[in-house]
Design a protein around this ligand. Structure first.
Ligand code: NI
Length: 423
């Protein structure tokens, strides 16, 4: 079935400004984009924008722990280590595979309604997460969070992560799998070397928390660059470093590294502010993520875009250091590219139709045009403007409904899971 977006404004991270076009989606891809002054192509379904609808690429939430929505609100306003050790880890011990399945679906409801089409998830019981993702038709980059514990735990978790890759990497074009060593403080250096070498030999990327807090930097057994190099992490096909708040931007990083900026989580946990502008000046790619819902507490990429753009202008006392277009690109294309998803994250002919329909027919969009759409979206817009979220040419969220998901059941099962883990 072909869907025509007739007379809409389109914008992505590769364009200097929005364009008023007709865009045809067919067989899961963007088939045609032509100027709105031309005759529109025919289609089975027509969405008429009259210039009052915008289409942007779907957001890629490049670092989260989806099922942590079940832990939202637990241990608020505590430092990272105290929060993890006293509030989060004891409750996580009670999570069953079923809890994680329903929690992930609940997070997906939230993400879809706010325009996210793909998320990078680090957690456990990831087979259940993969089933939730495939069942809904969403995209995800999945890794098993590998942490030390009782003897043999790391080895078992690594094997579990490799099994996940074997079974799900590339499935239906919706899933990529990475290895997920949790962090330097939860994985001993020797084990990190084993994980890095497994990533290289299996051709898998690595998704890793790195230098979220200052204490983590102080406790690192060697300087950060040396750590990344001698562990072999840099030898993986690609490496995404979540947070990197305390990583010195003067360090040279190879092309296969993407930093994942999680400004809201870093602010809420008082971890500090990543030197984003220096990284961008050094042409190091940066994508955006929310982190888990218990440290953010939203899974809303609009919030991350706005916070990123405002925060760094303020910190640098420079209103031009990060543009609205920069953050839009970081929230879409950069995340897709970082996790091995090709032809996603831009609105280009032939690329996958992963996109968000935004309603501009609202008071706060009065004055919007092709030149200023990016700034309107980032500074005035919010997820409340999302009319629809499409993945592979299929609506997963449209006018408040989820065509592929049973919202009532997911919410009820999630309530039950929350009760079970907190009683
Ligand atoms: Ni995290």
């Amino acid at each position: 079935m072909a869907t025509l977006f007739k007379d809409v404004l389109i914008l992505d991270g590769s364009r200097e400004k929005a364009e008023r076009v007709h865009m045809l989606v067919s067989k899961g891809r963007i088939a045609e984009i032509i100027d709105a002054s031309q005759n529109p192509p025919s289609a089975d379904k027509i969405i008429s924008g009259h210039g009052k609808l915008a289409v942007i690429p779907g957001f890629v939430n490049a670092h989260t722990h989806a099922a942590m929505v079940l832990l939202r609100g637990l241990g608020e306003e505590a430092p990272l280590m105290e929060w993890l050790q006293n509030k989060i880890w004891p409750v996580e011990d009670k999570l069953t595979p079923e809890h994680i399945y329903w929690g992930t679906l609940s997070a997906m409801l939230e993400m879809l309604s706010t325009g996210t089409t793909c998320f990078a998830d680090m957690y456990f019981e990831m087979e259940r997460v993969a089933e939730a993702v495939l069942g809904a038709g969403m995209r995800a980059a999945l890794c098993r969070g590998i942490t030390a514990g009782e003897p043999g735990k790391i080895e078992r978790s690594l094997q579990n992560n490799l099994d996940l890759a074997e079974k799900y990497h590339g499935r239906e074009g919706l899933i990529t799998v990475q290895l997920g060593p949790h962090a330097p403080y939860t994985v001993p250096f020797e084990s990190m070397k084993n994980i890095a070498s497994a990533a290289k030999s299996h051709g898998l990327g690595i998704h890793f928390h790195f230098l979220e807090t200052e204490g983590e930097l102080q406790n690192l057994p060697m300087p950060p660059k040396e750590y990344l190099q001698s562990s072999g992490l840099l030898n993986a096909p690609y490496l995404t470093l979540a947070h990197a708040v305390w990583l010195d931007p003067n360090i040279e990083l190879p092309d296969n590294v993407t930093l994942i900026h999680n400004p809201c989580s870093n602010l809420k946990l008082g971890s500090g502010v990543m030197p984003l502008v220096s990284w961008l000046d050094n042409s190091v790619p940066v994508a955006l993520g929310t982190d888990g819902a218990s440290s953010n507490n939203r899974l809303d990429m609009w919030e991350e875009m706005r916070t990123t753009a405002l925060l760094h202008k303020g910190v640098n006392k420079d209103p031009v250091c990060v543009s609205a277009l920069d953050v839009l690109r970081m929230a879409t294309y950069e995340g897709a590219r970082a996790y091995g998803f090709s032809q996603k994250g831009m609105l280009q002919e032939g690329w996958f139709a992963d996109l968000v329909l935004v309603n501009l027919d609202k008071p706060h969009y009065i004055g919007v045009n092709e030149e200023n759409l990016a700034a309107y979206l980032v500074y005035a817009g919010s997820s409340a403007d999302v009319e629809g979220t499409m993945i592979n040419g299929r609506w997963l969220y449209k006018n408040g409904e989820y065509p592929t998901l049973d919202c009532e059941e997911i919410m009820q099962k999630s309530r039950e899971a929350r009760e079970a883990i907190t009683k």
